[in-house]
Design a protein. Structure first.
Length: 211
């Protein structure tokens, strides 16, 4: 997704048309690798308080999507020595290949229909190697807290009934998550381009996987 800064309790975002990837995708074979990429645009106002995020009620699984940066508190890191700071509030605009991804995780049809209707926001608190990533919606909230480079047990039972061993590391300026468990080759990548936050999630199931 593409987006601009926004903030405050009364902040808003305008949906834009999803970015069209000029590359051609090969069809998915069976339940295999599913990658979700979203791009959008948002018009907003500057603000600086993470406490101004919308109030949400219950945990939501962090399904793949892209978000727009609404509020930024990122310090100026030397590009050659430090990764970017992802602190901010991000407003969801669009997503792509979500249903394929959910099917690859064997999410039941009833829950898939609910997830496809959701437009979750994301709030990130990034302090050095310590990160708290909140995925927020009117249905459920999901909070992921971790230290970069330290493996931990992630409880994904509210997502698909599974647990996994998770580690999040930096690969240049991309935050890369690997989730080791029942589902192979599962994980996600986050990165910033200007004030646009991108999230790509993927999972591989079965043989001859392609995307």
């Amino acid at each position: 997704m593409r987006g601009g800064r926004k903030s405050g309790r009364n902040s808003y975002c305008n949906r834009a048309q999803p970015f069209k990837n000029p590359g051609k995708h090969r069809p998915l074979h069976s339940l295999c690798v599913c990658v979700c990429v979203c791009v959008c645009v948002c018009v907003c106002r500057p603000a600086w308080s993470l406490s101004a995020s919308p109030a949400r009620q219950h945990p939501l699984p962090a399904y793949p999507a892209c978000y727009i940066l609404l509020k930024s508190q990122a310090p100026s890191w030397p590009a050659q020595t430090m990764p970017p700071n992802l602190t901010g509030y991000y407003c969801f605009v669009s997503q792509k290949n979500m249903e394929d991804y959910l099917q690859a995780l064997n999410i039941n049809m009833a829950l898939r229909k609910i997830v496809l209707l959701l437009k979750p926001d994301k709030e990130i608190d990034h302090q050095g190697n310590h990160m708290i990533v909140k995925t927020l919606s009117t249905f459920r909230n999901y909070i992921l807290e971790f230290e970069v480079g330290v493996e931990f047990e992630e409880d994904l039972r509210i997502v698909d009934g599974r647990k996994c061993q998770t580690i999040v590391t930096w690969e240049e300026e991309q935050l890369v998550c690997v989730q080791k468990g029942e589902v192979p080759n599962r994980g996600w990548r986050h990165w910033l381009e200007g004030e646009k936050l991108y999230l790509v999630s993927l999972v591989k199931v079965g043989r001859g996987a392609s995307s």
